[in-house]
Design a protein around this ligand. Structure first.
Ligand code: ADP
Ligand code: MG
Length: 345
């Protein structure tokens, strides 16, 4: 019902994904070249054997970053990484980006140059070209929106759908670090506010702070999978938290999943910081966002190819849809997975 007719629905009632579903359901695809529209990590466009990927992500000051502890260079790097990560999640290679910024007069030319230094480093690391964008003023904060174009061969493309019963669930790197890095930064900010003489104590937390401030997209893994001749059956990047991403794979693939708590990869520093903050490390691994690792499923016959890989953990298996989403705890109890993810509303 429209607002004119008097009903007002709060966005929080349907949530971010509910809103996207509701808005996008009214659109139909008109072009043959739109192979996949809304609903995966990137749109898939084109025809023939070589396809294009397109994705976009926006970062807002006060929502996604706090400039009191986020260096502008890192912010530029991160804005590119989070976009490249969505291309990686389709098993593609990033090629071009556009960058749009909205700035207030709080920012100097030198400050914007710092931001673009980070963007440039990322362009080097991921071999992408900056090909355009838009610059506009903003009443107060900084907004940075990046779009990325990528390429993928038709036979190598990996969607969130197509995970099959008995597939093995894999995740790269370690989880929960970025969330715990944020907790450390927030704590040090509060300490500094209370007593500006205090120097932030960050060295001890260098790894997780970097996970938060300067995440990398796992293009290295995409290249390795290609070298191994391994095409996952489904894939997504971990931006909102492992549990939330498992729900996306399960929904798109119409399957259930079972994961094992003792198989979740958590870095020692992340684990110890969680304990220090009195948070369950497993909750951080399951629901802490922004790790930008890759979650994917492979056929059992492919297990040999990754079983000795130091940076890929096998955390569970794909089940029938009716089995739902479950986690076997360290005490051998089976619990239903809850997708908390990041709540923006
Ligand atoms: P990701 O976390 O991988 O960036 P999102 O959760 O942001 O993906 O988005 C999920 C899907 O919804 C994507 O296909 C994205 O392009 C689409 N989407 C998000 N916001 C909008 C919007 N406002 N209008 C149309 N499509 C959207
Ligand atoms: Mg994604």
């Amino acid at each position: 019902m429209s607002e004119k007719q008097g009903k007002r629905t709060e966005i929080g009632e349907i949530g971010e994904f509910g809103l996207i579903d509701q808005l996008s359901s009214k659109f139909t695809v008109k072009n043959e070249s739109t192979l996949k529209g809304i609903g995966d990590d990137a749109a898939v466009l084109g025809s023939g054997d070589q396809l294009q990927l397109l994705s976009t992500d926006m970062l807002l000051e006060g929502v996604h970053f706090d400039l009191s502890y986020m260096p502008l260079q890192h912010l530029g790097y991160k804005a590119v990484s989070v976009n490249v990560s969505d291309i990686a999640a389709m098993n593609g290679l990033p090629k071009q980006i556009t960058v749009s910024i909205a700035l207030s007069n709080r920012f100097s030319v030198e400050a914007v140059e710092e931001l673009y230094k980070g963007i440039q480093f990322a362009c080097e690391d991921y071999s992408v070209d900056l090909v355009g964008g838009d610059t506009t003023s903003s009443p107060s904060g900084l907004v940075i929106s990046v779009s990325v174009v990528g390429e993928v061969k038709k036979d190598s493309i990996v969607y969130r759908k197509n995970a099959e019963e008995n597939d093995i669930i894999c995740v790269t790197g370690d989880l929960g670090g970025a969330f715990l890095g944020l907790q450390v930064l927030e704590r040090e900010k509060a300490v500094f506010k209370a007593n500006p003489e205090m120097q932030p104590e960050l060295e001890k937390y260098d790894y997780i702070v970097k996970r938060q401030l300067k995440p990398s997209a796992r293009m290295d893994v995409i290249h390795e999978l290609s070298d191994l001749g391994l095409v996952p059956t489904s894939m997504i990047d971990v931006s909102d938290g492992l549990a939330s991403e498992l729900f996306h794979i399960a929904k798109s693939s119409e399957v259930g999943v079972t994961i094992y708590e003792d198989k979740l990869p958590i870095a020692k520093m992340a684990f110890e910081t969680a304990v220090e903050f009195n948070i369950d490390p497993m909750t951080c691994a399951l629901n802490g966002g922004e790790d930008y690792e890759l979650l994917f499923t492979i056929g059992q016959n492919e297990f040999e190819k990754i079983k000795n890989h130091p940076d890929i953990a096998t955390i569970g298996y794909v089940d029938k849809k009716e089995k739902g989403l479950k986690m076997v705890t360290k005490n051998n109890n089976t619990v239903a997975l809850q997708a908390q993810g990041w709540k923006h509303f």
